[in-house]
Ligand binder design. Structure first.
Ligand code: PRX
Length: 665
């Protein structure tokens, strides 16, 4: 199959331009490049006035703020700090008494195709009741609550209920292992865990509660007094008396009414862990006011949300995309959204297309990896080809999480968008809270593979190591020079790491370093993201730290002496994880090597989760090191790619191991 070749070559020659189609321009909030430029100019002329205006227009404040941005503790920027609001009230209560009250908030489709609908009024009642249940467990403002939940209404309700009480949630993706969950519970200092007995994915029942039990038994989690269990399936699960309660038990007798607790705008709404360049994941802390403003604003700017839209973001609530564009943004904007429990390939790879058809989805927001795997499935089996479905309800497509190669972009445009829907290729990160560089559907001429231009107020630039701006056409590091409301506030428990990771002194100490490389096109100045510049990989749109995987491998102390992990490009998953391993016993070959590679993959899945399993494992008697003992990672990357070694290996202490590492298991 040739539909998904490596993107690099073709991006360099990309010169197709797709101007916004008339139906996207008509009635658009930002309906021309001139209108975009006007907002950019307004933001540049007086940033404080610009953000203050938008924060007042877009959010309901219980106490108005008097100061917009406080830079006195930079890079610990504070936004709207003396204002007070409640995030859940802004997503739900705010719509009561408006036409949105009885509008459908969530259309939920389960793994096995059952559909449930909830209006905003009904969702508010669900959230208020659940918040009362949390309150009855003693959970209050400032507490941290970990969620380990399937995709579904209950997960969104639990997040909103925490926000309603001013409790800070930390959602852990349901694919992470007990060990990864425990580390997060300990680091965040959770007092409660909200989970489900099982989750349903692709017709399979997968345990969640049992993993929570395992995590809590690992120690350090003594602060967790309550585990609330949503009984997703009828299957039995082990109960710990005095600690565990079902949702039904917790909700018994609670009132439908729960006044939202006002919090300061800087109050942490959530902490979401993501991978960084060291072994330990970082707890990215977001603030209530600035974050929510961004979630709402980008629904309006990037998706140009219309009242009749049916919005579908396929991301899981365990990731930032599921926070901003499932749990908060669509609700703050009063949208009708589809929430899906399952996987795109069950019962077959036509599932997404069927759901778009059945629910008349108008905005479809997904990841390039999903698109690429569905291209492959459609080409292999005509029965699941999108051309066989009625996708005419779509008016806008979005892409997120990794670079989209122009071939996948064109297929998305042609077969899903019917050549009429703009594609917003949204660049952002867990740390940015929401989109920062993205096309606007009614204004921006699109170039496949490019996230185009920064949103108004985002002062993005490409610089060299000393902070000098690079000319168009020359690559460099992506930075954002001015603070913006939804930026990361700190790394939970580690303010020093926050400063070091994102605001390096070489760039002046208050310029945000994104960790991505980028280049601007010579003609339009459009941004194109070239990939991470740190030791972070992007596998199927999921961030994985190479050091995190290395730590997991070397923690298998009976077997592994040393490990190094690098990425290599992969047509389907963007990047693939390649591990180079030195064992404490003789270097294995053949079947023995295969068996040990499997054992190591299973180990990594236990330590982190299946998403971190290395694709290739190569065994050497040693790793290629310089005479001073540094692992030659650049060389490892070439080996992982299967490239001929052109680098100078004369400093290599042990050149014979290059041949050993040539073999992957
Ligand atoms: O490398 C960039 C890539 O994903 C990273 C952020 O990952 P995460 O925090 O998990 O958030 C993913 C969802 C926003 C970035 O540093 N990335 C994200 N969006 C794009 C992208 N790379 C290229 N193009 C994008 N549109």
């Amino acid at each position: 199959m040739n539909a998904v070749p490596s993107s690099i070559e073709s991006v360099l020659v990309e010169n197709r331009v797709f101007p916004p189609p008339p139906q996207a321009v008509q009635g658009a909030r930002i309906g021309s490049m001139a209108a975009y430029q006007q907002l950019v100019d307004e933001a540049r002329a007086d940033p404080d006035a610009f953000w203050a205006r938008l924060a007042r227009e877009n959010l309901a404040w219980t106490k108005p703020f008097s100061k917009t941005l406080d830079e006195s503790k930079a890079p610990f920027f504070e936004w709207f700090a003396d204002g007070e609001l409640n995030a859940s009230a802004n997503c739900l209560d705010r719509h009561m008494g408006t036409p949105v009250e009885h509008k459908t908030a969530i259309v939920f489709e389960s793994d096995d195709g059952k559909v449930t609908r909830l209006t905003y009024r009904e969702l508010l009642t669900r959230v208020a009741r659940f918040a009362n249940a949390l309150k009855a467990q003693g959970i209050q403002k400032g507490d941290r609550v970990v969620l380990y939940m399937p995709m579904g209404i209950e997960g969104v309700v639990a997040m909103q209920a925490c926000a309603r009480l001013g409790a800070t949630h930390s959602v852990v993706f349901g694919g992470f292992s007990a060990k990864a969950l425990q580390e997060r519970i300990v680091d965040v200092g959770a007092v409660a865990v909200i989970t489900a007995n099982f989750q349903m994915r692709g017709g399979k029942e997968l345990p969640l509660k049992a993993i929570v039990d395992e995590a809590l038994a690992m120690g350090g989690c003594e602060a967790v007094k309550t585990v609330l269990v949503y009984e997703r399936t009828a299957s039995a699960w082990p109960r710990v008396e005095g600690r565990d309660k079902t949702f039904a038990e917790a909700l018994q007798g609670v009132s439908d009414d729960c006044p939202p607790v006002p919090v300061g705008a800087e109050h942490p709404l959530f902490i979401l862990y993501t991978s960084g360049s060291t072994g330990k994941p970082k707890g990215v802390q977001h603030a209530t006011g600035g974050y929510l403003l961004w979630a709402k604003l980008t629904m309006d700017w990037t998706f140009d949300l219309r009242p009749e839209d049916v919005f579908w973001c396929t991301a899981d609530i365990g990731w930032i995309t599921g926070h901003s564009y499932v749990a908060y943004g669509p609700l703050a904007a009063g949208a009708t959204q589809l929430v899906f429990e399952g996987v795109p390939t069950f019962p077959d790879a036509g599932r997404f297309w069927k759901m778009i058809q059945d629910h008349k989805v108008s905005i479809f927001y997904t990841a390039p990896t999903a698109i690429r795997s569905l291209i492959k499935a459609a080409e292999a089996d005509g029965k699941v080809h999108p051309d066989r479905y009625d996708l005419t309800s779509l008016r806008l497509l979005g892409s997120v999480g990794e670079p989209i190669n122009p071939e996948a972009w064109m297929w998305f445009h042609r077969h899903i968008g019917g050549e009429r829907c703009p594609i917003v290729d949204t660049f952002w990160q867990t740390e940015t809270g929401g989109h920062v560089i993205t096309p606007l559907p009614g204004a921006t001429p699109l170039v496949p593979g490019s996230c185009t231009l920064p949103l108004p107020g985002i002062d993005a630039a490409i610089v060299d190591e000393t902070g000098n701006e690079m000319p168009n056409g020359a690559g460099g590091m992506l930075v954002i020079r001015r603070p913006w409301p939804s930026m990361i506030r700190t790394i939970w428990n580690d303010p020093e790491r926050f400063k070091k990771s994102y605001f390096p002194p070489e760039l002046g100490g208050s310029v945000y370093l994104a960790g991505d490389g980028a280049v601007r096109s010579a003609d339009r100045g459009y941004f194109r993201i070239t990939g991470r510049i740190d030791d972070v990989l992007n596998v199927s749109g999921h961030r994985m730290g190479t050091m995190e995987i290395e730590s997991a491998l070397v923690s298998k102390t009976d077997l592994v002496a040393e490990a190094a992990v690098v990425g290599r490009p992969d047509d389907m998953t963007g990047e693939a994880i390649c591990a180079f391993v030195v064992l404490k016993r003789a270097r294995p070959t053949g079947d023995e090597a295969k068996a040990i590679a499997k054992e190591l993959r299973d180990w990594v899945a236990r330590e982190i989760g299946p998403i971190a399993k290395p694709r290739d494992i190569r065994f050497g008697e040693n790793l290629p090191k310089t005479r001073s003992g540094k692992i030659m990672r650049r060389l490892l990357r070439s080996i992982a790619k299967g490239e001929a070694i052109t680098q100078d290996t004369s400093t290599l202490e042990n050149p014979q191991i290059l041949a050993q590492l040539g073999e992957a298991y």
